[in-house]
Design a binder for this molecule. Structure first.
Ligand SMILES: [Zn+2]
Length: 307
């Protein structure tokens, strides 16, 4: 049962030959959710063997070019491939204007329907929900507003029935749904069988939070508390803290502080400035505050296993 993040691009404004601008894909049970879509995202999807046609939902954090310049190319390619399924895009409403304008000028008729969903960005907003997963956006602190973080959370699963015990107590089918939800069972003889004897707990829901771009913003801590995996931008090092503040970005140390305060299981840092070829200083700076940190470099895959 996959819950797996692939980093497609890990750089900030300027790409380098090794690092593309921001894009990631989260595979939840073989459904592929694209998060940001910097220039060249479709190339990275091909390179890292992500099935492009199976992306049905795209989440765009904010309207700086390094987070959405790849979108029109991807949208066009999907049409050239004859896509039929709707494609849902979650972003600030201005993005719809930009994309519709580009399509109009190009006189392009897509083979499928584009559906835009507006992110208002002032509070927590549920963007997507089905029987297994919710995706919410929440405000970050950045130079262009709104700028949204995203929280992907699996839903609690019902408890699993112990078939041998159900047979042993001859429990009828009609009672089983309630037992899955935690009911005890009263036999015809009036004996109460506690739920714990009849079921085992399902695996814990998994979660992923994506936080870029943002200045150091502790207000997000309660929203992302105890997620399994946190991606937080670390555009600069702490000796550039002033510059980070004035450009509404974070340092590696600040990203780690957020991870520590939020008690997350693992931190990924990214959105690196093109000035840095070697990222070992980012890693050691973050690890000195939060040891379970890794660099979110292009092509890396992070799996969250059931605990
Ligand atoms: Zn930005």
């Amino acid at each position: 049962m996959k819950f797996e993040l692939t980093i497609l691009g890990s750089n900030s404004a300027l790409p380098t030959s090794k690092r593309f601008p921001t894009a990631q894909v989260l595979n939840v049970l073989e459904r592929f959710f694209l998060i940001d879509c910097g220039e060249g995202t479709q190339i990275q999807l091909k390179k890292f063997r992500v099935p492009m046609s199976r992306i049905n939902h795209i989440f765009i954090s904010h309207l700086h070019g390094d987070h959405f310049f790849g979108l029109i190319g991807l949208i066009s390619s999907l049409s050239l491939q004859g896509r039929k399924n709707e494609l849902h895009i979650y972003a600030h409403s201005k993005l719809e204007k930009i994309i519709r304008f580009q399509l109009e000028v190009l006189d392009s008729k897509l083979s499928y329907k584009l559906v835009f969903h507006n992110i208002f960005g002032k509070e927590i907003q549920t963007l997507f929900e089905d029987e297994t997963l919710t995706v919410q956006s929440f405000p970050l602190k950045h130079g262009v507003m709104p700028c949204a973080g995203f929280l992907f959370k699996e839903k609690e699963r019902p408890r699993l029935l112990k078939k041998d015990m159900l047979d042993f107590y001859k429990i009828p089918i009609k009672a089983r749904h309630g037992i899955k939800l935690g009911d005890d069972y009263l036999t015809e003889e009036g004996v109460l069988i506690p739920n714990a004897k009849l079921t085992i707990a399902a695996s814990k829901p998994r979660s992923y939070a994506f936080c870029t771009d943002t200045a150091y913003f502790p207000r997000i801590v309660p929203i992302i508390r105890k997620v399994n995996l946190l991606y937080h931008e670390a555009t600069f090092l702490k000796n550039d803290a002033k510059r980070a503040k004035s450009t509404y970005h974070s340092t590696a140390e600040q990203a780690a502080k957020i991870a520590k305060e939020a008690e997350v299981s693992q931190l990924l840092i990214g959105h690196f400035s093109a000035r840095f070829h070697d990222l070992s200083a980012h890693l050691s700076e973050a690890q000195s505050v939060f040891p379970k940190t890794e660099l979110a470099e292009d092509g890396k895959v992070f799996s969250i296993l059931h605990s």
